[in-house]
Design a protein around this ligand. Structure first.
Ligand SMILES: [Zn+2]
Length: 462
């Protein structure tokens, strides 16, 4: 029986889907104005595990993860770069997909952009205004009135109690309640980027986009709504309030939140400027080791980031791969009842306890090593396929063991890679393509993929 910690009830609850054997989930995606950082990695690996696990236990899934491609920061950066916002955001989305696929994060079933869903957003705002759940401020902005929802604060209750109005929430005399928030922001006629609406040129607020997209794609009954814990207030609280005013019969059964990433005992965040970009991490470590690190702590607990911890994860992963060395993959393998499989399922059914699940993989790996020593080849094959299959549920152990082990031994220093790239750049300048290709192939064997731009060559691990 799968149990999930539900933020709104603050308890672990038995999971019962709205429709039998089908689960729909909506996870707030990335605001694409910069490269993704490790906090994004953690959130989206967490929900990737949830997604994979539901599929593993036989559910049909509908997983929506939106892309926020309208935001003041996006608009300002596009203007600064002298490019259109779509050119800018498409580049950022491409970077995000590249990082996510390096972490073996599966694509969601749909990935809608805000810019593609303006009509749905306008439709909801119209209804909220019509029913007096929203009002138009003197400056033309459409504002949601939080007093419309008698349960406002229910989701993030603990946080609201601590809110110090005037300190953390700016008092705005034009707002009926300081917690009221923008649904549609009117822009001046001189602004370059805007969308037309019944309330003039402007752009949607952040909270309304998720309500519009989730109700459009999944209807009014959602099994799971997720995101990072930093979104709990105000984003999710506001989403919940809007949704319940928009559709009285709406239901979001389980609210899931992944914990934050901690660096030197401080929360990692863009505002503190102490965040680690995934692309930088991926140039040093392979994606599978980073993924292992991200799931080595339970998803709701704070995750302590340090390179040391990533190295430890890489070593642990090597141990698992070591037991898979010289074993054959049986694609028709069927799992069989045994204590490892049972314990693994128990761990995962207990609110996706991945650290416990990893421990079971290690016990299984030790058992394979024993069978190898005893030359019990049939058992080695059976249990190594089980290990691979359980690893797949966690999104790890997908590499060829020999290649993984080799790759991690051969890659010693960035220096070595950079000096090979330098040699290759000289060869390219001299149009000595055979040498340039030879170096590219050599680096590829070491697990390095080169990306040639007009001015430079960058590299990342496979
Ligand atoms: Zn959202």
């Amino acid at each position: 029986m799968l149990k999930i910690f539900n933020t709104i009830t603050r308890s672990k609850e038995k999971f019962i889907s709205i429709k039998k054997n089908i689960v729909n989930m909506y996870v707030c995606g990335v605001t694409v104005y910069n490269f993704c950082h490790i906090g994004h990695g953690r959130t989206f690996v967490t929900f990737d595990i949830v997604y994979r696990y539901f599929r593993h236990i036989g559910y049909k899934t509908m997983y929506i993860r939106n892309i926020t491609d309208i935001d003041d920061k996006i608009i300002n950066l596009a203007i600064k770069n002298n490019e259109s916002i779509s050119v800018f955001t498409n580049r950022m989305i491409k970077n995000m997909h590249r990082d996510f696929s390096s972490l073996n994060i599966l694509s969601p079933d749909e990935e809608p952009k805000v810019t593609e869903n303006i009509d749905a957003i306008i439709k909801i705002i119209k209804k909220l205004l019509k029913n007096n759940y929203a009002y138009i401020q003197n400056n033309g902005d459409v504002i949601f009135s939080v007093d419309s929802d008698i349960h406002y604060g229910k989701l993030s209750n603990q946080f609201l109690k601590n809110l110090q109005l005037g300190k953390r929430i700016k008092i705005d005399k034009n707002k009926k309640n300081p917690l009221d928030f923008v649904l549609w922001k009117k822009v001046s006629s001189s602004e370059k980027y805007y969308w037309n609406s019944p309330w003039g040129k402007g752009r949607p607020g952040w909270h309304i986009e998720c309500t519009a997209i989730s109700s459009l794609k999944l209807g009014n009954l959602l099994d799971i709504h997720g995101g990072g814990i930093d979104l709990l207030f105000p984003h999710h609280e506001n989403e919940r309030a809007q949704f319940s005013c928009f559709k009285k019969k709406h239901k979001i059964n389980y609210w899931m939140h992944s914990g934050m990433v901690i660096l030197n005992n401080k929360k990692m965040s863009k505002s503190l400027d102490n965040f680690i970009l995934l692309k930088d991490l991926l140039s040093k470590y392979d994606g599978e080791s980073i993924r292992y690190f991200l799931i080595s702590t339970h998803y709701r607990k704070p995750l302590n980031y340090s390179e040391e911890n990533i190295k430890k994860s890489s070593i642990s992963l090597r141990r698992l791969y070591f037991s898979l060395k010289n074993t054959t993959i049986n694609k028709n393998f069927c799992s069989f009842p045994n204590k490892y499989q049972i314990s693994f399922e128990e761990a995962m059914q207990d609110d996706f306890n991945t650290p416990k699940a990893l421990l079971i993989l290690h016990s299984l790996s030790k058992k394979i090593n024993i069978f190898k020593n005893e030359n019990k080849l049939e058992k080695v094959e059976k249990f190594s396929n089980l290990l691979r299959n359980l690893g797949k549920v966690l999104g790890i152990l997908y590499s060829v063991p020999e290649e993984f082990l080799q790759r991690n031994i051969k890659i010693k220093e960035e220096k070595e890679i950079n000096s090979l790239i330098k040699k290759r750049n000289i060869a390219r300048k001299l149009k000595n393509w055979p040498v340039s290709d030879k170096i590219r192939k050599k680096l590829f064997k070491l697990g390095i993929i080169l990306e040639d731009n007009k001015l430079s060559t960058t590299w990342r691990k496979k």
